[in-house]
Design a protein around this ligand. Sequence first.
Ligand SMILES: Nc1ncnc2c1ncn2[C@@H]1O[C@H](COP(=O)(O)OP(=O)(O)O)[C@@H](O)[C@H]1O
Ligand SMILES: [Mg+2]
Length: 365
Amino acid sequence: MEKQDLRISRYRILRQLGSGGMGEVYAAEDERLRRKVAIKLIAADKASDSAARQRFEREAQAASALNHPNICTIFEINDHEGQPFLVMEYLEGQDLGKLSAAGPAELSSLLKWGVELTDALAAAHSHGIVHRDIKPANVFVNNRGNAKILDFGLAMLQEPSNGDTVSKLSTALTCMGSPMGTVAYMSPEQARGEELDARTDLFSLGAVLYELAAGQTPFPGPTPAVVFSSILTANPIPLSQTRTDVPPELERIINKALQKDRQARYQSAEEMKQDLNRLRPRQRTTHPRSPARSPTCRQPKTSRALACCCPRNGGRVGRRPNVVFSAIENDPHRNGLSSLHDCGLTFSECQSRQKSGLSGRCTSR
Ligand SMILES: Nc1ncnc2c1ncn2[C@@H]1O[C@H](COP(=O)(O)OP(=O)(O)O)[C@@H](O)[C@H]1O
Ligand SMILES: [Mg+2]
């Protein structure tokens, strides 16, 4: 049947968005609520397979137990003429599989997504849910640049065991319908078919971040057997050898996530998030400084707008590098007030610098 002509329950199929191990994903219109949704339709050959059906149900249950901005929201699970389908929020953008195929990512994006994904994993783990299939194709970056985890199809609810939270892994289930793609991001314990806990997701996320940084997977190989062997025994090429702008701290974070021994790895997504967050450039505030930090250049309330222009000679002025001010000098029409806020000099400091000819010039216009 032509999917474009298909109507499933109250959903009208619009076009195919992607496909994966479980089936195909379509954009559709919810005709009652008049909104776009994404529908995952379990593949016809899998619809009769009880393990596949279980996996599908599990995805719906796991993801709908979570309400997080970085996890794709599930609206409904249902059956259409014996074929199960899942309705979820419609995302516009690209999955990381396609994005990372285009080459290494900007470090700022990598850090942003890293923080979002660790935050989402921390939420899932705190509900006792381990994703177990973190890989680029299961992470979607929407048009606003936010990362969302998809496909909780392999997710497993953890059961407490001897004080530890673990889940039994069936290697057959993990590998079901997942060729090379998933293998490349598997943790060593997953590759060995051992019991899993939340730390398996941190290894897989480490592999995703490595690939985003390096433009290649950490454990490459021509066949699943070679990849498995590499995951179990080899060390990835140091990130600093793959690109020059990787901060040593980022390399350390990714290496820690990729530790083969899970005791040596990050022990929680939250811990990894904190480390990634510390590396993110601090957002510059656009709000004016509070009067409590006065007097600054903008304090004198004269009728004139004031502009403080400092030199671009590589030296430092006041408490901030003067690179901030080059933008001001390039933009003579900009209202000087926010510039003065950036400057960090008091008005009198600025004037006295100008008078003494040390650096900068304070002007009024
Ligand atoms: N909610 C969505 N909105 C847009 N595209 C999606 C959505 N969910 C999945 N996709 C696309 O479909 C692909 C397969 O989806 P996924 O949930 O991973 O299915 P599978 O279980 O078959 O692997 C994703 O890589 C993505 O490109
Ligand atoms: Mg998938």
